[in-house]
Design a protein around this ligand. Structure first.
Ligand code: NAP
Ligand code: GDD
Length: 338
């Protein structure tokens, strides 16, 4: 019998990479999707006939219980969340419902349906926020700086609490920023690589950005979903920082991305004060020593390779649209082999 995995957030960036990774490992993969008036399966289109999708919602406890009861998964990966930091100031209550209480609803369903299910929670380096030390590891105190970060701290601790209270195999992956050609276009890496492609191909003239001095430890989503799976494959549950150990500023990101297309970024980029956040996380740099030692996990894609991969993918996509050939289905294998 193949192992059965259920992924919430399967239509998101990480959901698509994880689904493809688990299918490659021989898993039977199920995905939770919320009802929408039009289907939003762009990122998993190339996997569609190998997945089983079920409607449920993080806001609806009974739908989650029924889903777990029907699927009877061995592993649950809880990736669903309101994940865009600026939106969390505009919709703080909804962010709390999805990103914080949604985790309790998932854990309650595991506890009620089958406490032997292995559970992965998508925690975030955004929990570290206003850091007082560098690099950050599993012992670094949290000081979240956005309603999103605060909600993720709740999700992190409730995961630990269910592990300690009910002996559930629950792991929390504290993942630093990770990106890919499937990244949402509002996040800074993809906003930049999409703009580079559009500027190069004559469709855009300027790129407006916020804080160019913010620094992040950026890795590749395809590497990070492998770490999620490794966490659930251990003998004991634990929490792990996943990061590359290298950081770059937004300015360096912009410089790298524009130079991939032979462009001088200073001719195109302008700072828009409206994009500065009410409270900023200025610096994040992770120390993934525990993951290296216990999971034998290593990132395989460097920052420079990642940005080049994203610029090439966006150039290809925009060119295809200009040629009237439509978007290329972009999955893990497609871009990994580039
Ligand atoms: P993403 O692309 O924004 O995907 C979020 C997913 O959550 C989408 O599939 C979305 O579905 C789903 N979702 C949102 N609200 C839902 C609800 N009420 N019920 C059911 N599904 C819902 O995020 P990502 O980058 O893949 O990140 C995956 C997870 O890791 C998130 O929890 C994020 O906060 C966390 N994380 C991400 C990073 C990173 O750098 N990428 C770092 C640390 C932690 P729709 O398609 O219907 O909107
Ligand atoms: N989005 C965006 N747009 N960010 C900008 C811009 C812009 O125009 N200009 C500068 N930035 C800066 C932000 O102020 C922030 O410091 C940095 O770029 C990264 O922003 P995002 O790419 O939006 O990511 P994030 O760090 O806020 O959050 C992501 O990473 C977290 C892990 O640390 C998201 O994926 C979260 O879901 C995730 O938990």
């Amino acid at each position: 019998m193949p192992q059965k995995a259920l992924i919430t957030g399967i239509t998101g960036q990480d959901g698509a990479y994880l689904a493809e990774f688990l299918l490659g490992k021989g898993y039977e993969v199920h995905g939770m999707v919320r009802r929408a008036s039009t289907e939003n399966f762009e990122r998993i289109g190339h996997l569609r006939d190998r997945l089983t999708l079920h409607q449920a919602d993080l806001l609806d406890q009974l739908s989650i219980v029924n889903l777990l009861d029907g699927v009877q998964p061995d592993e649950v990966y809880n990736l669903a969340a309101q994940s865009f930091v600026p939106t969390s100031w505009l919709q703080p209550l909804l962010t709390g419902e999805f990103t914080a209480l949604g985790v309790t609803r998932m854990l309650e369903a595991v506890r009620l349906v089958n406490p032997k299910i292995r559970f992965y929670q998508a925690s975030s380096s955004e929990m570290f926020g206003a850091v007082d030390r560098e690099p950050q590891d599993e012992q670094t105190p949290f000081y979240p700086r956005s309603p999103y970060g605060v909600a993720k701290v709740y999700g992190h601790w409730i995961t630990i609490n269910y592990r300690e209270s009910y002996d559930i195999f629950a792991c929390s992956g504290i993942l630093f920023n990770h990106e890919s050609p499937l990244r949402g276009k509002e996040f800074v890496t993809r906003k930049v690589t999409d703009a580079v492609a559009r500027i190069k191909l004559g469709l855009q003239k300027k790129l407006l950005l916020g804080n160019l001095d913010a620094a992040r430890d950026w890795g590749f989503s395809g590497d990070y979903v492998r770490a999620m799976w490794l966490m659930l494959a251990q003998d004991e549950p634990d929490d792990y920082v996943i990061a590359t150990g290298r950081k770059h500023t937004v300015r360096q990101l912009v410089e790298t991305a524009f130079s991939c297309a032979g462009l001088d970024w200073e001719k195109y980029v302008e700072v828009d004060p409206a994009l500065i956040r009410p409270a900023e996380v200025h610096n994040l740099l992770g120390d993934a020593s525990r993951a290296r030692a216990k999971l034998s996990w290593e990132p395989e894609v460097s920052f420079e390779q990642l940005i080049l991969m994203m610029v090439e993918a966006d150039l290809d996509r925009v060119q295809r649209q200009l040629d009237g050939r439509g978007p290329e289905p972009a999955g893990y294998t497609a871009w990994q082999n580039k």
